[in-house]
Design a binder for this molecule. Structure first.
Ligand SMILES: [Zn+2]
Length: 198
């Protein structure tokens, strides 16, 4: 950021400040011909212009990338909507169509407030307070359905794991009892064999 226009990020103002500084330096020095410094001055000006256009282009690319890969209404990214929300194109065309939201706002402004129903009154009140809290943020019904389905599957798997663990515990208890019986039988066999030998 320019030290002479630190309160502004305007490329044009930055350019004017730089030119003014260079002219002041030239007037102050008096020892150098303005014509001899003109090529350097032009190089500085052209460099600033190129940098400004490069910055503007990068900013426009970032905006374009955001528009093409994030829902304008809820802000959810394309990858999440493609994998869990039924697809990004379907989402921005049907689920969160920004033009339908604009239509709703215009519709509410045109409609007689005495004829509002419940949700229309709610949204109109929020619009009057410049509150956009009625817009979904990082949320969508399609994502909730997938999330609920994943949670149901997770609960089902956890139930199966718990059932399997109970069965394994039962088998382990049975094996332990069987070992005790076998140990008792082996002791009696050994005692009987010792008695016969005696
Ligand atoms: Zn959305």
């Amino acid at each position: 950021m320019c030290v002479f226009c630190s309160r502004s990020r305007s490329p044009l103002l930055h350019l004017l400040c730089t030119c003014a500084l260079l002219l002041l330096l030239l007037m102050w020095s008096h020892s150098v011909s303005i014509l001899s410094l003109l090529p350097r001055l032009l190089n500085v000006v052209f460099g600033i212009i190129i940098d400004s256009f490069g910055e503007l282009r990068m900013r426009n690319l970032a905006i374009k990338h955001d528009m093409e890969n994030n829902c304008f209404i809820c802000g959810v990214d394309r990858f999440t909507l493609d994998t869990k929300g039924g697809g990004f194109p379907l989402h921005i065309r049907k689920h969160h169509n920004m033009w339908l939201y604009l239509y709703m706002i215009v519709y509410l402004r045109e409609k007689d407030p005495t004829e509002y129903n419940g949700w229309e009154q709610h949204v109109a009140n929020m619009l009057a307070q410049e509150d956009v809290g009625f817009f979904p943020r990082n949320d969508a019904i399609a994502l909730k359905e997938v999330k609920n389905r994943e949670e149901a599957e997770s609960r089902r798997y956890m139930g199966q794991v718990a059932s399997t663990a109970e069965r394994v515990a039962d088998i382990a208890a049975s094996v332990e009892k069987l070992l005790e019986v076998m140990t008792g039988v082996a002791s009696r066999v050994n005692a009987t064999a010792a008695g016969q030998a005696g």
